[in-house]
Design a protein around this ligand. Sequence first.
Ligand code: ATP
Ligand code: MG
Length: 571
Amino acid sequence: MRYSQYLLATLKETPADAEIISHQLMLRAGMIRKVAAGIYNYLPFGLRAVRKVEEIVRQEMERAGALELLMPMVVPAELWQESQRWEQYGKELLRLKDRKDTEFCLGPTHEEVVTDVVRNTVRSYRQLPLNLYQIQTKFRDEIRPRFGLMRGREFIMKDAYSFDLDEAGADIAYEKMFQAYRRIFERCGLKFRAVEADTGNIGGSSSHEFMVLAESGEDAIVSCDSCEYAANVEKAELVATATATPEPTADLQQVATPGQKSVAEVTDFLDLTPQQLVKTLILQTDDGQTVAVLLRGDRELNDIKLCRLLDCNEVTLASEEVVLQVTGAPSGFAGPVGLKLRLLADHEVAAMADFIVGANVVDSHYMGVNLRRDFTVETFADLRLSVAGDPCPRCAGQLESWRGIEVGHIFKLGTKYSEALGATVLDDQGKDRMLFMGCYGIGIGRTVASAIEQNHDDNGIVFPLPIAPFQVLITVVNTKDEAVLQASEDLYQALQQAGIEVLLDDRDERAGSKFKDADLLGIPLRLTVGSRGLKEEMVELQRRSDGERTMLPLAEAAQRLAEQVRQALVR
Ligand code: ATP
Ligand code: MG
């Protein structure tokens, strides 16, 4: 491709509405342009990167035995009514009507459609296992679309769905996808972790999220520093360290804490540390339970674990009125001593003695508080969010904490959709059997954005070679110099003949501004052809990743580069 003929709408200034670096760079490098909130044009340079990721995904899906199909983006409401998600899915589902007033939605995911395909085409267990995938445009009317392709409303997803006769078969399908996902993200050149995820209300028994590690990530994850264990903080297990409750050494004593409500205020005021305080959260569930949860002062509640314990969908902090009613004091002074409420506590509290709690009296706390002597807890459980330094639940290692961007998600679905839509096959006894399903998604655009989030410097993008829009950039230092132009042209032809994707910067521009654009675009291998080098029959090769420069003999340059590219792409 010749730069002079190519559409590369680079920007010098950082667009004001782009918050994270990948979004800024994708706009500046002319990869995408916004059409409406969460809806983008993929310009030629950006589309090339998207296609690269798609190709890697395709190859690995095929390697894992999945078959590509293409389902429609516009889906009849009927199918979604069969699974009851028409009512359940909420506002992310964009609903529309055709001229006959028939209802449709724009597919945000395709479990219903694919289950319909399978119930109409698969009859016998002999046709299993089956895994169908597509790479297609999805629409979700996200409440807060942002960060460019990271969280769009219209976005490209690879979604795969496996069908098996039984759970053991479904487990194998899941494992295959797990391995395929690892290969995909490795091949994309990403630093990532496969983390155990919460299955939420989508149903199913097991789930992993593939998280690209990046500061701008929306998810908090922990991973072990010595084994493979990694989990979403919401899911991370904390082993109860089985230390016995220490004996009290202090007497229970009420102290005045005028106006001191937060953990920091109270402990500062009393000249103690948050680790010496037990905070009492008064919480309400969506099904009408009111409970008190005790946590060490410096810990955060893990509401997902609490919901699981209480068998509810949601917990929220009780209102000021409720707190006053159940504790007799305004919030900030709640405590377990004398409290007539179901009392749950995190395991860690069991190992504490002589601590501080609220006194259920305004402007007042207790010091020297001890379990059993002063109050009793109904249940001790794992209720806090895990943090860096916590022990690994699988080995003797320690957990590290990260921010992560979810680029892929795999899920065991069980028979949820096959039951709802009646998708069965005949087994070897001639009996109808419900299909066991799995679903497996990858955000294609989000993967490109995450790669940039991880691979950039102050001057621009540093594309990992496997997903770079072009592999080699030839900078013609001076297009007025016939010899330079000719040598560049020869290199360009030779590289293309060797199957290398080359961008030839043949613009009539100052060398300095070409180099600036080269940095911004992030093409991994750069050949600079100038008159000085040519006198010695040499051209300069520079790697974008570390800036390393080497001089190559002109005659060998194309061949040497083609070799480097081939080696980098070995899979
Ligand atoms: P998130 O929690 O980020 O909203 P999700 O759990 O809703 O993601 P899935 O339903 O599992 O996502 O979709 C599969 C994949 O599709 C995700 O792992 C992600 O890579 C991608 N994806 C989901 N929503 C978006 C979006 N709004 N924009 C871009 N990619 C998305
Ligand atoms: Mg979502």
